[in-house]
Design a protein around this ligand. Structure first.
Ligand SMILES: [Fe+2]
Length: 202
């Protein structure tokens, strides 16, 4: 699985193109801005885009959907609780298959109700659930510090330390990290009670 990480727009968003190298079938995660650059990568590498996957419904992760659907004819995948336009609904534990590759969906509400992470091949795409050195905000509609606590500590914390973390924004000291590194150094991943976490996020 080959990952193209593209920083786009003015909010330090990351769009990803993830390629199954056997077949050149690929997915786009969170298209928003700088779509010409995505088109160039797709063309240069002769990629066939099967799906557009949104880690959650916020506009800075989805505003490029329609344009990319037009040029790639891909189907849009979102969590079943999303109210935005999409073709395929996924829930926790589902797999997305493209070429000989697959990624598992992990539902991680907290930043938003429909937040998902995608994991497979030693990687995790974490959207706005977990950043390098921080986590997503919880003060937007559908956000919940309690839910994010459980997503971080009951779900992400128990994953393989070696997973390479590909976040939804470039907010940290590096573009990528690992789950193990974040468990050690990320302020929000330090052991706290739920109440302490909620107070910190407030
Ligand atoms: Fe967001």
């Amino acid at each position: 699985m080959k990952v193209y990480q593209i920083q786009v727009g003015n909010m330090q968003n990351f769009t990803y193109i993830v390629e199954d190298e056997d077949t050149r079938v690929a997915i786009i995660i969170d298209p928003s801005w700088d779509l010409v650059e995505l088109e160039l990568i797709i063309k240069r590498n002769n990629l066939k885009i099967k799906y557009i996957v949104n880690t959650h419904h916020h506009f800075d992760h989805t505003i490029g959907n329609e344009v990319m659907v037009e040029s790639t004819k891909a189907s849009i995948i979102q969590h079943e609780s999303s109210e935005l336009k999409h073709d395929i609904k996924v829930k926790d534990g589902d797999f997305i298959e493209f070429g000989n590759s697959k990624l598992k969906i992990i539902h991680t509400p907290g930043h938003s109700k429909d937040s998902i992470c995608l994991t497979g091949d030693g990687k995790i795409f974490s959207g706005d659930t977990l950043f390098v050195g921080n986590c997503g905000r919880v003060d937007l509609p559908g956000g919940s510090a309690q839910e994010l606590y459980h997503s971080l500590f009951d779900v992400l914390y128990s994953l393989d330390d070696n997973l390479i973390l590909y976040p939804g924004h470039n907010y940290g000291q590096s573009e990528i990290s690992t789950i193990g590194q974040e468990k050690t150094t990320n302020l929000v991943m330090q052991k706290r009670t739920e109440q302490q976490f909620v107070e910190m996020m407030g």
